[in-house]
Write a protein that binds this ligand. Structure first.
Ligand code: SF4
Length: 890
């Protein structure tokens, strides 16, 4: 009988509820959970494709020491012994953990407890440092606590939603769809997007402010001044519940004294700035959403405080439909914050530098020691590894060799580290290659635990699959190491529920409402209640059945020593590096719609890989023309630290002088496209968050003497050409190729690549040496096994008919001929890059259908092709295609 399990999506911080069904044959299907308050049944393209990503391909199944499989006892004994040696010789500061917003709260809790309470250092930091630590720091400065005051329902209650540095349409798609729906239900709801480039989120914008990168704080400082001068100050709220306004206003006046000054600094038309200020001033219910575009700067904390200041001045916080709202990147970034997974936190929203908090935690844990000073933040931690100060690091569920800034340098640091442990579910990542010990971790669908989403809602991740090989939960690995280090009693958990209860009890210890984070009401839940736990928002204070509906700051009371919210004076700022003649463009990094982080999971899905199959650099056509770059050319993007080679995509919506490159590609999926090998390790002095949004670069054509593509049923060993990018097709791997040097003999090269290990090979080929065109196919038992097409320019045959030949069974004679001539036998046309991942609708199909049937709205397209009618993530792109087609027709 089929079994259905309620669980939570492992991707972004929206935290959607998922119903996973496993049938009698072991097949898994997923759909949105209509009962989950975050998504009410919706899923985005990534969530909807979860079932495609749970195969065993690439899994790490056994513990390994130096690349050789070992039993758990051996691997744990060896690891504990190495940690002990380093601890005894060099002290606790020589050991570090680098953890992840992918972990469950229980995993996170265990790692933090071992490091801070028992190893005795605060050197545990998380990859959440890279995505939202500026939000944490800004919250703490303003509210005295890391409190997100809003709930998702505030999006439906708002009259104005400001998306500041947030491409929610692609990065938090289900919340974006909630806003789309809210706007349909309430046409008076206004949406303002603040972003240097036109993103899909602009699809619903009433006003788009394409600001100069890095000037958001000037815009919000100007707004603060405008609100004050327009008599929009909520005098009662400011007088009774805040402090520090005069200094904040003085600083704001200095940096943004007039609308004209703001418009000049932000490179915006004065009328647009005035329109935004008027709208904000006259609308009481304002939700200001902010995300990585605000966070990832060397002054991100100040940027966010400049935004929060405007809400404090107007008293628009703690009431329905209003407040500053951080959309978090990862599924459990919030859970990590709750347990103290950042190096400058303690646990349960208590602070390392507060002696009372240290006393409470040390007594609760019965810990022999607690550090008194913060540990090393992510970038500092890897710099300390580079300097030889940190000699052992345990990396859990993350891929810092790709995601840290100045990643080339961070890789060299890892290479030089005495002892590297990596626990992961994937065997080969850019990071595991540096591991002395690999621990196989359970992954989504196998593990039990909780995660917290952007609205403080705790949801269960539940197991519905058997655990393969010897994979184990990360908390179990921490527990085993703790025991071997002599801390058995403090880590005597039987299961994840034991850890959750302990975490909940610590949050309530000597709390009495003095701290925001409190799960006292869940401290005594039974195993059965934990198994059945429904999504619940914190705080859940003892004596209440659940925390839903608890609105923080409703009473105007904040968690600062005086109970008042603090305005923060925000002055002038400039990015760490500025463009010059050698590096004239500004690189901005971010996500794309259908990939997640470093693609270890989403890269397995053919339907998620069809939207964008290659790493790219998006440029404004004027910048491209100035550099003699055409759409589709290969280009080299070069910064002061490195170079990558990616495909150029020209887009009018890109800001002149800027270039956007996605963060996902790594050495497993491309020859040279890890964008963080370009970014600088400059960080915010308050939050430690790196500046991913502003790196001076130059972009130049990457001239190739040949271009090609290859499709194969088998994943091939690294293709040694100048350029390659790998993506998943249905049952096949797709490689886009190019090179600078022409091989002497294409036939030999192709056979070497495609016929390895094969004794009996049926091989067909066509070679026009004069035209430098080569085509070949390997056929096995009458089925197509692999094809390779090479030409002198990027104009290569379409791919879809070839993919269909792979899907078909036996290869017909006419199809063999078609391969050699490079044209489909049936006259079939390419559907183009997939725009609608849910229904597999390609761009060429959309263009032709829109043109032939004169379709003018995404709704009309949806009726004909179904595209855009499921998750809705592709609707902005469909609208753009309609505009293009209609524009062409005029
Ligand atoms: Fe998963 Fe985020 Fe998509 Fe929801 S919006 S399905 S949490 S990736």
């Amino acid at each position: 009988m089929a079994v259905e399990v309620q669980t939570t999506c492992p991707y972004c911080g929206v935290g959607c509820g998922v119903l996973a069904t496993i049938d009698e044959a072991g097949n898994v299907s997923v759909k949105g959970d209509p009962a989950h308050p975050a998504n009410l049944g919706r899923l985005c393209s990534k969530g909807a494709a979860l079932a495609d990503t749970i195969g065993m391909e690439g899994r790490l199944l056994y513990p390994e020491i130096a690349g050789t499989a070992h039993g758990w006892d051996n691997a744990l004994d060896y690891t504990a012994q190495r940690f002990r040696e380093i601890l005894d010789t060099h002290g606790p500061e020589a050991i570090a953990f680098y953890v992840s917003g992918q972990l469950t709260t229980e995993d996170y809790y265990a790692a933090n407890k071992l490091m801070k309470g028992f190893i005795g250092s605060a050197n545990i930091d998380t990859n959440s440092r890279l995505c939202m630590s500026s939000a944490v720091a800004a919250h703490k400065r303003a509210f005295g606590s890391d409190t997100v005051p809003c709930s998702y329902t505030d999006l439906e209650r708002a009259k104005l939603i400001v998306l500041a540095g947030s491409n929610a349409a692609w990065c938090h798609p289900v919340l974006f769809q909630r806003i789309v729906r809210a706007k349909k239900d309430n046409p008076d709801l206004m949406v303002v997007v603040i972003d240097p480039r036109v993103t899909p989120s602009c699809d619903i914008a009433d006003l788009h402010l394409a600001i100069r990168p890095g000037t958001d704080h000037v815009l919000f400082n100007g707004l603060l001044v405008h609100l004050d001068e327009s008599d929009e100050r909520n005098a009662l709220f400011v007088a009774n519940f805040t402090e520090g306004l005069d200094k904040a206003l003085a600083a704001a006046r200095e940096t943004a004294g007039s609308v004209a000054k703001v418009a000049e600094a932000c490179d915006l038309p004065t009328e647009q700035v005035e329109a935004f200020y008027r709208l904000f001033a006259r609308t009481e219910r304002v939700v200001s959403v902010f995300s990585q575009g605000m966070n990832q700067w060397s002054f991100g904390t100040d940027k966010i405080n400049s935004l929060i200041n405007c809400h404090l001045l107007t008293g628009r916080i703690g009431r329905p439909g209003m407040g500053p709202f951080s959309f978090t990147g990862q599924p459990n970034a919030m859970g990590g914050r709750e347990v103290g997974g950042l190096a400058n936190q303690l646990a349960a929203h208590m602070e390392l530098d507060d002696p009372e908090h240290r006393r409470i935690v040390q007594a609760f844990w019965q810990a022999p020691t607690l550090p008194e000073k913060p540990g090393l933040k992510a970038v500092e931690l890897f710099e300390a590894i580079e300097a030889g100060k940190v000699k052992a690091v345990w990396i859990m569920a993350t891929n810092p060799a790709v995601s840290l800034p100045d990643a080339g340098r961070m890789r060299r640091a890892l290479e030089s580290c005495e002892f590297v442990v990596v626990s992961d579910c994937v065997r080969d990542t850019d990071t595991t290659r540096y591991a002395h010990v690999r621990f196989p971790a359970q992954t989504w669908g196998e593990r039990e635990g909780t995660v917290t989403n952007s609205e403080r809602r705790i949801s269960r991740q539940r197991a519905f699959l058997p655990t393969p090989g010897q994979a184990r939960p990360d908390w179990w690995m921490v527990q085993q190491i703790a025991r071997r280090l002599g801390f058995e009693d403090a880590f005597a958990w039987r299961n994840a529920a034991d850890i959750f209860r302990e975490h909940a009890a610590l949050s309530a210890a000597e709390n009495d409402g003095s701290r925001d984070f409190d799960l006292g009401g869940l401290r005594a839940i039974t195993d059965a209640e934990y198994d059945a736990l429904r999504p619940v928002q914190w705080p859940v204070r003892e004596g209440r059945s659940n925390g839903d509906g608890t609105r923080l700051f409703e009473d105007g009371r904040f968690f600062t020593p005086g109970g008042r919210a603090r305005f923060v004076a925000v002055g002038a700022h400039a990015p760490a590096e500025t463009p010059d003649a050698e590096y004239p463009l500004v690189l901005n990094t971010g996500r794309i719609r259908d990939q997640w982080h470093t693609m270890t999971r989403t890269g397995k899905s053919a339907r998620l890989s069809g939207h964008i199959i290659e790493p790219f650099a998006e440029l404004h056509p004027d910048d491209a023309a100035a550099a003699a770059i055409a759409d589709g050319d290969l280009v080299e993007v070069v910064s002061r630290r490195g170079a990558i080679v990616v495909r150029a995509r020209l887009h009018e919506g890109q800001r002149r002088g800027s270039v956007f490159v996605p963060m996902h590609w790594n050495d497993q999926f491309a020859a040279c496209a890890a964008v963080d090998t370009l970014t600088a390790a400059a960080t915010d002095p308050v939050s430690g968050q790196p500046e991913f949004k502003h790196t001076p670069v130059r972009v130049a054509p990457w001239p190739a003497s040949w271009y090609g593509f290859l499709i194969s049923r088998r994943r091939l060993p690294m293709v040694t050409t100048g350029y390659w990018a790998l993506s998943r097709g249905k049952g096949v791997w797709r490689y886009e190729l190019a090179g600078r040097e022409l091989p002497d003999d294409w036939a030999r090269c192709a056979r070497e690549l495609l016929c390895q290990h094969a004794e009996q090979v049926e091989w067909i080929e066509y070679h026009d040496k004069g035209q430098h065109r080569y085509r070949a196919a390997r056929i096995e038992n009458g089925r197509l096994e692999s094809v390779i097409f090479i030409g002198p320019d990027p104009k290569l045959p379409e791919r879809d008919w070839l993919l269909k030949l792979f899907a078909d069974g036996q290869l017909a004679e006419r199809d063999r001929m078609a391969i050699l001539t490079g044209k489909p036998a049936t006259g079939q046309h390419d559907v183009g890059p997939i725009v609608c991942a849910c229904f597999g609708v390609g761009r060429n199909v959309l263009v032709n259908t829109i043109r032939e049937q004169h379709l003018t709205t995404p709704e009309a397209v949806g009726e004909v092709l179904r595209a855009g009618t499921n998750c809705g993530s592709c609707v902005p792109e469909i609208r753009e295609i309609i505009a293009e087609v209609l524009g062409d027709a005029e």
